[in-house]
Design a protein around this ligand. Structure first.
Ligand code: F6P
Length: 545
């Protein structure tokens, strides 16, 4: 049902008419307990949401809307295996992959946990064999390099996790990720590798994705310059739901790690798609990641909505997107090892909630998913923060701050943290004309010169942010963080009455690429396109070497 007709939505719209004039700076001055009122803990993870454009009434209204939209009931439907992905008729059970309680989770009358556990056991056995040297390359050498060949959810999640958990890497083991069909990606990766010690993990849910299959074929061709067809078994394994296609590609299905259609691509890092993670940091650390995800699942499933981190973050997003008109949301980790975190979150959020029809297929009259973007701090401060501080758009920011570094010998952490905190404080407070004037006077400015400079130095402030603070980036913490955002996206999808678990919007481009591919060959009659596409094809043909 359209949220616009929910009484709580209308009430929120009325409340916004006052809220838009409320100053966070004033609210902080009036209420010394604002942080206590607007912060939430889940295990070691703290969410400080006090620097948002909210009052107690706003939060009550947002939570009332979440209740009216039956968030808890929907969450239960997801956790218990109902086919809530209605356009594909599938359950949505990435939570079963990290269900460390091992309680039964039923899909079509069958408990999926034995199959989940069997694949975890297979991953454990295989990664241990690789680490101990029981599994050797075709010349008897130990595997030292894992190359994951996949794209989208079969790449971004495991790549982000491997980067983030680099301090936990098994000695002598390196992980590489090839995703782009641009040959540069594969070629520049292979250049550095020795086929005798390289293991390819071909990760594709469907095993039909053009980019992945092309890269996998080329990787096989490269390998066969050195090893034989028989040696492939020692150097290629697959992660997929499609055993027939894996076999057809030439990988023994004994070397295939299965997952299921109820695992969405962008939610699949918890499944066998996490194999490169287990190979890179060890299965124990992969299981710690699952533990963290499970902890967040329990929080989401059991905490009252008003104390529920994903619900709070999701509803704040609704406030900014649907009331304040924000179109983008920045995620800025103050941890260099989380450089790919915003990329993964971008796919998670934008592929899930980039929708223009509701669950019933009717066109929406309100905004849905925002553009998600970001890079690590402090780098972003010297690039795009200018616009966040003084630009004309309202861009909510999530600051992700680990207190302790894995590299304490390089004592930069205090500077990093001070910068992170300073950004959220500056965004909230801004700088008034009076404050700027006082500063300029002190610096010796006066008269016309002072007046000319003054407006440029004023910061409007009242710009919202969340801070996610935690002791250190451990596998458990990373698991919690990823699951937090997954559930946030889920909450927003329910409010907007959309199916967050399909992605039909990526299909048209795939179809057209297949149609254009033959047109690029010289001598072939170009099929029917618009004049722009046809002319570009002609130009490409002319310029091709
Ligand atoms: O094109 C989008 C998508 O379907 C993603 O949802 C998915 O993660 C990615 O392609 C890769 O798909 P596959 O794992 O089937 O190769």
């Amino acid at each position: 049902m359209t949220p616009l007709n929910i009484q709580e939505w209308q009430s929120l719209v009325r409340h916004y008419e006052d809220l838009k004039f409320v100053s966070m700076r004033e609210q902080f001055a009036l209420d010394s307990g604002r942080f206590d009122s607007f912060s939430q803990q889940c295990g070691d993870l703290l969410l400080d949401y006090s620097k948002n454009r909210i009052t107690k009434e706003t939060m009550e209204q947002l939570i009332a809307l979440a209740e009216a939209a039956k968030i808890s009931e929907w969450a239960e439907r997801m956790f218990t295996g109902e086919a809530i992905n209605n356009t594909e008729g599938r359950a949505v059970l990435h939570t079963a992959l990290r269900n460390r309680s091992n309680t039964p989770v039923m899909v079509d009358g069958e408990d999926v946990m034995p199959a989940v556990n069997a694949v975890l056991t297979q991953m454990k056995k295989f990664s241990q064999q690789v680490h101990t040297g029981e599994w050797l390359g075709y010349t008897g050498k130990k595997i030292t390099d894992i190359v994951n060949v996949g794209i989208g959810g079969s790449d971004l999640g495991p790549a982000m996790i491997c980067d983030a958990l680099e301090p936990y890497a098994i000695e002598g083991m390196s992980a590489h990720f090839v995703s782009n069909v641009d040959g540069t990606d594969l070629s520049t990766t292979l250049e550095k590798l020795d086929p005798e010690t390289t293991l390819f993990v071909i990760a594709s849910k469907t095993f039909t994705t053009q980019e992945t299959i092309t890269n996998a074929q080329s990787a096989k061709t490269w390998f066969l310059q050195f090893g034989t067809q028989q040696d492939i078994a020692k150097h290629f394994v697959a992660v997929s739901t499609n055993a027939a296609a894996v076999a057809e590609f030439g990988i023994d299905t004994a070397n295939m790690f299965e997952f299921w259609d109820w695992v969405g691509g962008r939610y699949s890092l918890w499944s066998a798609v996490g194999l490169p993670i287990a190979l890179y940091v060890g299965m124990d650390n992969f299981e710690r990641l699952l533990d963290g995800g499970h902890e967040m699942d329990n929080h989401f499933r059991t905490q009252p909505l008003a104390e529920n981190m994903p619900v709070i973050m999701g509803m704040l997003g609704i406030l900014y997107i649907n009331l304040f008109g924000s179109q983008t949301h920045a995620i800025v980790p103050y941890d260099h090892s989380l450089a790919r975190f915003p990329n993964h979150m971008q796919q998670l959020d934008m592929e899930s909630n980039g929708k223009v029809t509701n669950r019933q297929g009717q066109r929406l009259s309100y905004k849905t998913g925002p553009v998600i973007w970001g890079t690590p701090g402090t780098n972003g401060q010297h690039a795009y923060f200018q616009l966040i501080h003084q630009g004309t758009q309202l861009i909510p920011v999530d600051f992700v701050l680990p207190v302790n570094s894995h590299y304490p010998e390089c004592d930069h952490q205090s500077i990093l943290l001070a910068n992170g905190l300073a950004q959220s404080e500056a965004l909230m407070k801004g700088k008034t004309a009076e404050e700027v004037r006082a500063e300029l006077v002190q610096e010796g400015y006066e008269g016309k010169e002072l007046e000319a400079l003054l407006p440029h130095k004023v910061f409007p402030g009242n710009r919202p942010s969340n801070t996610l603070l935690f002791p250190k980036l451990t596998p458990e913490m990373l698991g919690q963080l990823v699951a937090l955002y997954e559930h946030k996206v889920f909450v927003q999808g329910i409010i907007w009455d959309i199916n967050s678990f399909d992605q039909w919007g990526v299909e048209l481009g795939k179809q057209l690429a297949k149609a254009i591919l033959p047109d690029l060959q010289d001598g072939v009659e170009i099929s029917e396109h618009d004049s722009s596409t046809t002319s570009l094809i002609e130009r490409i043909r002319a310029l091709r070497q």
